[in-house]
Write a protein that binds this ligand. Structure first.
Ligand code: PBG
Length: 323
C-alpha cells in the first residue's frame, strides 16, 4: 500500500496530532545541570565564555540548587575551580575544597536533589592535564589512585554520583574498589566512557582554567574517527563497575550514543558540551537561527539517538519550556 492510501501528512496536521504520535519524549527528568564552584563567600560571577552560567561559592550555590530542584531537574553535576594548583592537584581531594563544601551544603539544604561530581585533576594540576605528569607524559596508574582519593572525598561529603572524566585506563575499577572498601557501596559511578579529544570543550577550559600547559589531551581522550574503541571503552567501564556510561560531546557522536544504547543494558548519558551550547548561542546572536527551536531540536536528537540522560547547560531553560 502506498500513496494515496497512505498520506504521511495526516499525522502532522496539527500540534495536537503531532504530540499524539511523537516517538521521543523530552522532560526535566532526563536532565543534569552543570554548576561551577570555587572557594569564597557570596560569590556569583557570570562566566563570559558560557552564557547564563556562573561561578558560585559553596554558600551561594545552595540558592541555585534550590531553583534547579524546583524546576523538577533531578541532578546537578559539580565542577571545581582550584584555589591553588600543584603538581598532583591535591586540592582535588581536600576535605574543605570548594566541591566538597558545596556538596555538603547542597545535600543539607536540598536533600532530594542528586549531586553528581566531575572527577578529574585538570583544574587542579599545574600542568592542566587530567593526570599527574612524569617527563611530560601522563602517568596512568598513579593518576588512577589520586582520582580514587578524589572520588572518595566527594562520597564522604555526600555525593550521590561520581563522574570520572579523565579517560585513564582502569580508573573506574580503582574508584569502585575504593568506594566499596570505605563503605560507599551506594554511590553511583557515571563514567565519561567515550570522551573524545574535542575542540568543543573550548569555552569550558576558560571556565575551569584547565588548558594544558603543554601538549594536548589526545594521548588519553579518544580520536574523533573511532567508534569500535568507544564500544570497548564502555564495555570495560561497565565491567569495572560503572552504573551509567557517557558519550561526550554529543552532537558529533550521535552514532556512538546509538550504538552504545543498542549494545549495552545500562543507562546512557550524553554531554551537550560547552562549545556545542555556545555554538547555538553564537548563531542565534548573529540572527541566523531561533534559539528555542534549535535547543529543542538538538535535545530531541540526543534522546532519539538513545541517551536517557542529558547533561546540558540548557537544563533550566528546557525544564521551564517543557513545564
Ligand atoms: C574535565 C572536563 C572537561 C569537560 C568536562 N570535564 C574538559 C576537558 O576534558 O577538556 C568539558 C565540558 C564542556 O566542554 O562543557 N576533564
Amino acid at each position: 500500500m502506498g500513496y494515496p492510501d497512505i498520506r504521511m501528512r495526516r499525522l502532522r496536521s496539527s500540534e495536537t496530532m503531532r504530540r499524539l504520535v511523537r516517538e521521543t519524549s523530552l522532560s526535566a527528568d532526563d536532565l543534569i545541570y552543570p554548576l561551577f564552584v570555587k572557594l569564597g563567600e557570596g560569590v556569583k560571577e557570570p562566566i563570559a565564555s558560557l552564557k547564563g552560567s556562573f561561578h558560585f561559592s559553596p554558600d551561594t550555590i545552595v540558592t541555585e540548587a534550590k531553583e534547579v530542584a524546583s524546576l523538577g531537574i533531578p541532578a546537578v553535576i559539580l565542577f571545581g575551580v582550584a584555589g591553588a594548583k600543584d603538581e598532583n592537584g591535591s586540592e582535588a581531594w581536600a576535605e574543605d575544597g570548594a566541591v566538597q563544601l558545596a556538596i555538603k551544603n547542597i545535600k543539607q539544604a536540598v536533600p532530594g536533589l542528586l549531586v553528581a561530581t566531575d572527577v578529574c585533576l585538570c583544574a587542579y594540576t599545574e600542568s592542566g592535564h587530567c593526570g599527574v605528569t612524569k617527563d611530560e607524559k601522563i602517568d596512568n596508574d598513579a593518576t588512577c589512585k589520586l582520582l580514587a582519593k578524589m572520588a572518595l572525598s566527594h562520597a564522604q561529603a555526600g555525593a550521590d554520583i561520581v563522574g570520572p572524566s579523565d579517560m585513564m585506563d582502569g580508573r573506574v575499577g580503582y574508584i569502585r574498589q575504593t568506594l566499596e572498601e570505605n563503605g560507599f557501596d551506594e554511590v553511583a559511578i557515571m563514567s565519561y566512557s567515550a570522551k573524545y579529544a574535542s575542540a568543543f570543550y573550548g569555552p569550558f577550559r576558560d571556565v575551569a582554567d584547565s588548558t594544558p600547559a603543554f601538549g594536548d589531551r589526545r594521548s588519553y581522550q579518544m580520536d574523533a574517527a573511532n567508534i569500535d574503541q568507544a564500544i570497548e571503552e564502555v564495555a570495560q567501564d561497565i565491567e569495572e563497575g560503572a552504573d551509567i556510561v557517557m558519550v561526550k560531546p554529543a552532537l558529533c557522536y550521535l552514532d556512538v550514543i546509538c550504538q552504545v544504547r543498542a549494545e549495552f543494558d545500562c543507562p546512557v548519558a550524553a554531554y551537550f558540551v560547552s562549545g556545542e551550547y555556545m555554538m547555538l548561542h553564537a548563531a542565534a546572536d548573529a540572527g541566523l537561527l531561533e534559539l528555542e527551536r534549535a535547543m529543542l531540536e538538538v535535545h530531541y536528537a540526543m534522546k532519539r539517538a538513545g541517551a536517557g540522560i542529558i547533561i546540558t547547560y540548557y537544563a533550566k531553560e528546557l525544564a521551564k519550556f517543557l513545564g
